[in-house]
Design a protein around this ligand. Structure first.
Ligand code: ATP
Length: 389
């Protein structure tokens, strides 16, 4: 009934962007964006007040949202156009029509709109032939200067192409190549590059996207690197490691740091540090030192006990990357340590069951048992118990 409400206020409203693209593709999408020809702020405030809903408005951006009791959040924006002062900078905004609002968008596949104003409810609006491009699996920019206006679109084009298994339309492809060659990514704010890379590393098809970024020399422009077979193998291992470790440790690992440590692994530490800093990967830069020293000790370690000691003090967030570089012996060693650590043969409660009184000595006994377990001296709990006895 937002459509009805909108009509009452004399505004037209449309669902637009990613969600419409995903509906056409038959994919799930969580964010719903609504564009209002009129005033989004006015619509949000009146609708939310009348229905007693929580809302937020950001008048300087002409945007806001309404939160529904079931957790659904609708994002609203007044239809607007943007003026770019310089390539890639944050734009100034001004009220506009839906057409103008859609015209400033990145790719045709993101320009579809569905009207929700009551009298036109469900009407599909396709000013830029987005529907055909979705059917033909093409990423197409809306006008020749698109990449110059906002070079971040270079990264977005490759991210969507990789994610959806789409191809760059011919002219878009040649303009993208030209933009990369002209070094336009260096004109984009590094903070926005950071945001885009973070999104890229979270994509399911990250490897395909990285290959595209390599093919179009984007990795080279950003980091001075190319993807050879060796690097690709490391990245495949990294992806496996995320899954293997999640299964053992039951946690999700940060993606950016792990991918970046692998991607930049041919560089000396100082260069890695500077590149990470350049694109505002502060935490990743801070831990590179720890990562490299842990890596060195792991490589030199002779037995599982040393591995265990290192892993105890090492920030486990970076284990997926670290393990990508190990030979299969070390790799198996770490997996064994993690599994045994998670399921020790003997716990404190077992000692109590054996009739021992809780004491500070417990720790020493448990550690002793654990080290023997690590070194395969005990195969099962019974052997450990008879040792204690
Ligand atoms: P996702 O599925 O990744 O959320 P999305 O299409 O919703 O995809 P967002 O990054 O949330 O993408 O952006 C919302 C909309 O804003 C996009 O559909 C796109 O039209 C527009 N947009 C985002 N970034 C740009 C940009 N750099 N230039 C032009 N339009 C953009």
């Amino acid at each position: 009934d937002i459509g009805q409400f909108s009509e009452k206020l004399g505004y037209k409203s449309f669902i637009i962007g990613g969600v419409v693209r995903d509906i056409v593709l038959g994919k799930q999408s969580l964010d719903i964006d609504i564009i209002v020809e009129g005033s989004a702020i006015d619509l949000i405030k009146r609708y939310a007040k009348e229905n007693n809903l929580t809302y937020h408005v950001y008048p300087e951006f002409m945007t806001g949202n309404i939160v529904f009791p079931n957790g659904l959040k609708l994002d609203f924006a007044t239809a607007r156009k943007e003026e770019y002062d310089s390539p890639g900078s944050y734009p100034k905004v001004e009220k506009a029509t839906l057409f103008e609002d859609l015209y400033r968008r990145d790719f045709t596949i993101n320009t579809l709109a569905i009207e929700i104003t009551y009298s036109n409810f469900g009407k599909l609006i396709d000013y830029f032939n987005g529907l055909v491009d979705i059917k033909e699996k093409r990423i197409r920019i809306l006008h020749t200067l698109s990449f110059v206006e906002d070079p971040i679109r270079i990264l977005r084009a490759l991210r969507f192409a990789g994610r959806l298994e789409f191809k760059l339309e011919k002219k878009t492809e040649s303009l993208l190549k030209h933009a990369v060659e002209k070094d336009l990514l260096n004109f984009a704010p590094t903070g926005r590059i950071n945001l885009e890379l973070n999104l890229t590393f979270k994509e399911e098809k990250v490897l395909d996207i990285l290959k595209l970024m390599d093919k179009y020399k984007v990795l080279y422009k950003l980091f001075g690197i190319t993807l050879d077979k060796e690097k690709e193998k490391l990245l495949v291992k990294l992806q496996d490691n995320f899954l293997i470790l999640k299964e053992i440790l039951n946690t999700d690992f940060p993606t950016s740091s792990n991918y970046l440590y692998v991607l930049l692994s041919n560089y000396p530490q100082e260069i890695v540090y500077n590149l990470l800093k350049k694109y505002h990967f502060e935490k990743e830069a801070k831990y590179i030192d720890e990562f490299l020293s842990a890596f060195k000790i792991v490589k030199e370690s002779q037995n599982k006990y040393t591995l265990y000691r290192i892993l105890k003090s090492f920030n486990k967030e970076f284990l997926p990357a670290l393990m990508s570089f190990l030979d299969s012996n070390k790799f198996k060693g770490i997996i064994d340590v993690l599994k045994k650590e998670k399921n020790p043969l003997i716990k404190g409660e077992d000692l109590i069951e054996l009739g021992l009184k809780p004491s500070p000595e417990f720790k020493t006994i448990l550690e002793d048992i654990f080290v023997k377990y690590l070194n395969d001296q005990f195969k099962n709990k019974e052997e450990a118990v008879s040792y204690i006895k």
